[in-house]
Design a protein around this ligand. Structure first.
Ligand SMILES: *Cc1c(COP(=O)(O)O)cnc(C)c1O
Length: 376
């Protein structure tokens, strides 16, 4: 049996090695390292895949969030609502731009923004809402947008973990995660569902004016080279990464299928265990399983992790400390905020290996090892 990893990038690469190697060598030969043709080709292809008007490529997912927020033209001290149960980047960029992160709770089933908690957090100073599609499951966007539209507040979807996920509206209409709010922001970090071989990110929007603004912010605030209208940043998707993504984007749906297959295997194996709550799949969402994160019931989590480690099975805590309890926000008084579901989930979650190359033999070994420990 192949060694089990949280993410197996190498086996995936080996399946597409000739195409990827050629694409990278073509970039070297063209020497158009910055904004070469593959960057525009990729942006166009991704816009087609997502069915969104504008894709603005940038250097990473954190920049995609930052540039989206900058384009909204908020003022220092403005409040931006986001869940605490997320990767730190979401909240960090809010603070970096001198806005005030306002942390809300997540839903106990979906791990995504709880709409009641969102409603309670809205004030006259709320100037943006940043839901996160965590682990590949979408937030309840129809409800989030209802609240946002009622108060005329823009929404930036953090879809770093959910590219390719579908949100299904109550009338049956489907939209890709990241194309429902004012902006979507994603990451092509290697382990993400659509990963490149370094850093990369992108912003999506259907708004022409905001697209233009985001585009110039990513380019030192200049639409015309050396004529700088506003203060921006330098954030580009490099050509080599775009070339890799051009090979991988057509495979994204098959990658998602592989992840769902692995998730189904886990779900079936754990279905009758009273110690494991398997990931919830809301009817409004096609889950793309960036992570397979279960909730443990009456299980010594450290003990389970050590047991799995002793059998060469990696597992991870996403995330051991929620954003509102991170030291970086201690001066915001956010540790005093009461987020019961966030605290509850933080104490219970454990993520198992999840990627496109999991073999049945590996899944069988992982699930039987988990069950051995939790049922003892
Ligand atoms: C990975 C991730 C980011 C940041 O992406 P980078 O490309 O690493 O900057 C932001 N938000 C979430 C939820 C993420 O998982």
């Amino acid at each position: 049996m192949r060694a089990i990893q949280m993410v197996d990038l190498k086996s995936q690469y080996h399946k597409i090695k000739p195409e990827v190697d050629k694409a990278i060598l073509d970039v070297l030969e063209s020497s158009a390292f910055i904004n070469g043709k593959p960057v525009q080709d990729f942006s166009d292809a991704l816009a087609g895949y997502l069915d969104v008007k504008h894709v603005i490529p940038c250097a990473n997912g954190t920049d995609a969030l930052q540039i989206s927020l900058m384009a909204l033209g908020l003022r220092p001290g403005d409040e931006v609502i986001t869940p605490s149960f997320t990767f730190i980047a979401t909240a960090e960029v809010i603070a970096l731009l001198n806005y005030k992160p306002v942390f809300v709770d997540v839903d106990k089933d979906t791990f995504c923004m709880d709409v009641e908690s969102l409603k309670k957090a809205i004030t006259p100073n709320t100037k943006a809402i940043v839901p996160v599609h965590l682990y590949g499951h979408t937030a309840n966007m129809e409800e989030v947008m209802k609240v946002a539209n009622e108060h005329n507040i823009p929404v930036v979807e953090d879809t770093a973990q959910a590219i390719g996920a579908d949100y299904i509206f109550s009338d049956g209409q489907r939209k890709k995660a990241g194309t429902i709010g004012t902006f979507g922001a994603t990451s092509f970090f290697p382990s993400k569902n659509l990963g490149c071989y370094g850093d990369g990110g992108a912003i999506f929007t259907n708004d022409d004016e905001l697209a233009h603004k985001a585009k110039i912010i990513a380019a030192h605030g200049a639409a015309k080279r050396y004529y700088h209208e506003i203060v921006g940043v330098n954030s580009r998707l490099d050509t080599v990464q775009a070339a890799v993504l051009n090979i991988k984007l057509p495979l994204l749906d098959s990658y998602i299928d592989e992840r769902i297959k692995a998730a189904n295997y886990y779900d079936n194996a754990f279905a009758s265990s009273k110690h494991i709550k398997t990931p919830f799949r809301a009817k409004y969402c096609k889950h793309v399983f960036h992570q397979y994160t279960m909730q443990l019931e009456d299980v010594d989590r450290n003990g389970l992790q050590e047991y799995l480690q002793s059998k060469s099975i990696p597992s991870m805590l996403y995330y051991p400390v929620p954003a509102h309890k991170q030291q970086m926000f201690s001066s915001y008084g956010s540790a005093d905020v009461h987020l019961p579901n966030t605290d509850y989930l933080t104490s219970r979650v454990l993520s198992l290996p999840m990627h496109t190359e999991l073999e049945e033999e590996q899944l069988q070994y992982i699930t039987s090892s988990v069950l051995e420990y939790v049922n003892q």
